[in-house]
Design a protein around this ligand. Structure first.
Ligand code: RIB
Ligand code: CA
Length: 315
């Protein structure tokens, strides 16, 4: 059996591929998918998680909806990036995978308590659900193997000049997570911008000859248009699967220990992750910070996972 994980996400094009990587690679055992408001409203991110599970044939993993707004800040979604639905591009069938009635935080608490070994949490969205879990149920902290998140950046932001989207949406939640004492690995924009879905990657997905491979190409094609229009990228960065890849095989994502502080008060810098790579502040390191990605290993694992799921869905 693989490393037990729970993905907490806001699908979202890159969240969709993160779910597929986790479900299709035997190195991890995907216990649950929880959703939160972020890229789109909670209703839409939850519908999108159900859509992804339906097209990828992920029928044995509970999907649970969580928080519909940040802890303190007003909800700011990213329809400009992911479209009105939050997963624009492909035409999805009516989902056949339902969400469970349990709140995401309760489902995480229960699984952490019941699972025979500690569980890795992989948040790829604003950290509202995770922060609520840690504050409402401190007794489960010892059952968390580590938190491997996509968020923040050692450099600049993508929602403000200083702040990355997931942290910017709910900075208070991110602050709680980084101060929690639970082992945290941060996969920020500095490393996820190395995961560019270039034309050769799309050609490999197309070459799988499966409906799921085609759906992934349509997702990436929409995402490419967004990133070209908004950021001038020639190919879209696949942020969220990098966090999953770190769990699959730490050799794929090289990390260093550093002190990470979330800026909560800066007029122009609220939501920034201040990463002290050289110990200037004298704070003890509280996170592993990802710096480099092994692109070949990353894309091989991702494409293999899509191939595995696609073959299962259309034998
Ligand atoms: O900044 C990138 C992050 O924000 C990704 O998780 C993307 O899905 C959005 O949620
Ligand atoms: Ca996301």
């Amino acid at each position: 059996m693989g490393v037990p994980i729970i993905i907490d996400c806001d699908p979202g094009h890159d969240d969709a591929l993160a779910i597929m990587l986790a479900a299709g690679d035997p190195a991890v055992d995907l216990l649950a998918i929880t959703t939160v408001a972020g890229n789109q409203t909670l209703e839409k991110t939850t519908l999108n998680a159900r859509r992804v599970c339906t097209v990828a044939g992920i029928t044995d993993v509970p999907v649970a909806a969580g928080c519909d707004r940040p802890l303190v800040a007003p909800l700011r979604t990213a329809g400009d990036v992911h479209g009105e639905s939050g997963l624009d591009g492909p035409r999805f069938p009516e989902p056949t995978v339902d969400a469970v009635p349990e709140h995401a935080v309760e489902l995480m608490r229960r699984l952490l308590t019941e699972h025979p070994e500690p569980v890795t949490l992989v948040p790829t969205a604003p950290l509202t659900n995770i922060a609520l879990l840690l504050t409402r149920h401190p007794e489960v902290r010892g059952r968390i193997r580590e938190i491997v998140l996509m968020g923040g950046s050692t450099e600049r932001g993508n929602r403000t000049p200083a702040a990355e989207f997931n942290v910017h949406v709910d900075p208070e939640a991110a602050d709680i997570v980084f101060r929690s004492g639970v082992p945290v690995t941060m996969c920020g924009l500095n490393v996820t911008h190395q995961a560019l879905a270039t034309p050769d990657v799309l050609a490999r997905l197309e070459g799988l000859g499966t409906e799921l491979g085609r759906t992934c190409v349509e997702l990436m094609t929409f995402f490419a248009g967004t990133y070209r229009r908004l950021y001038g990228f020639t190919a879209p960065p696949l942020h969220d699967p990098v966090a999953v890849a770190r769990v699959l095989d730490p050799a794929i994502v090289h990390c260093v220990e550093a002190g990470v502080t979330v800026e909560l008060r800066g007029e122009y810098t609220r939501g920034a992750t201040v990463v002290d790579l050289h110990g200037y502040l004298g704070h003890p390191p509280n996170a592993r910070v990802a710096l480099t990605l092994d692109r070949d290993l990353f894309w091989d694992r991702l494409i293999n996972a899509v191939a595995t799921l696609g073959a299962r869905a259309n034998p």
